[in-house]
Design a protein around this ligand. Sequence first.
Ligand SMILES: [Zn+2]
Length: 438
Amino acid sequence: MALFAGKPIKHVTTIRERDKALIFDIIRRSGPLSRAQIQQMVDLRPATISHVTRELISEGGIREAGLSDNPTGRKQILLEMNRDAGVILAVDCDAENIMVGALNYVPAFIHPIHSEKTDLLHGAEGLVAQMFRCVREMMNAAGIAQSSILGIGVGDPGMVDTQSGLSVMAATIDFWRNIPLRQLFEQEFGVRCVVVNNTRSRTIAEQMLGAGERSDDLIFVQYGRGIGAGIVSGGRMIQGCSWAAGEFGHIHVSENGPPCKCGSFGCIEALADIGAMEARLKKAIISGGFSVCVKMAGGDIDRITGWHVLEAARLGDKMSIVIAEEMAECLGRGIANLINLFNPSLILLDKRLALAGDLVLDQVNRTVKRQALAYSVQSVSCRFSSLEDANLLGAALVVLEDKFEVPTVKPRLFGADRHAEKDPEISHQRLVSDAPIF
Ligand SMILES: [Zn+2]
């Protein structure tokens, strides 16, 4: 299955190459597995499976992992992916931070994450240079040779043309427009690079490894400076015809709402993102109100952030509770619309909202129950996302899916493999159930 909708289908020219990719992908996703178990998952001849697995072991892609626990029959050798066969570099950039992680094929981090403030003072060139430097620093610190890098996954704050790896535009960074990120990274590091919008990379990570529990119909709501949504419907990430799907923050919810960065007014984002909460609290304090947030910010009103508001709400600060509940009510109205449109089984709220305890989640649930179709509400549950570094994990998963996508066979017109068309194994191919979603 193609990584993203619209991506060209990956081809190989021989059945053997396709079988090899298929068996490797099955072991990667479902291993450790015995050869007999692999055969149950794909209709390939035992001799083919033996030959291909031997080849994969000698190349270092897979390895033996002990014997199966089979009390009645003969114990069989298990095969698993060699998780340390190479390194994936995952990069994430937004208006606040640049993060870089080095991960194995699981994917799991193999070195502490590098994180620093995003340099917004030197334009696009300066920001790209900063990303490159961060990657180089990670390579040096973790002792990663270029030859061991499987690929680089880059999470981008804006809309991304995933076919060409072009970052089209980002609402949160003015100068971030038409940046050919994939091309730049590939030129700089000489390895394959995949670029993905970072709300979607988080969604992918939560879906595959976190609170999403591999649901085929889920929506992840990202919250911070700006609000976005990653929408997985029918097992596919929805991207839109020009990569702009999921702009949840710009759903119009108030006739008399404040102006929004997008040029409209009354958008969810303008009313309820972390900046909006911060502004409301500061205004209330300047007008003579009391909030424990002032103390939390060391007595300096200018240092109060929306995150203080969430935390103070959990501690019982009355002003913060009012602001956080109104924000959650607004968010809930938007989520009710999403539920009516997509009928998801799961809504994942950005775990950063749990700073307010269950206050936001409870209010969103109340609003959804009141405003979404009762029939759809019966089958949806709403919970917090669960992963700490979902942005980097998601970028790594995208690299893995890109690399190990099972190709289709495109026989050569002239050559040794014309018999491929007659081989029954092509039509009998049966893939594992958990095919990639994106
Ligand atoms: Zn807007």
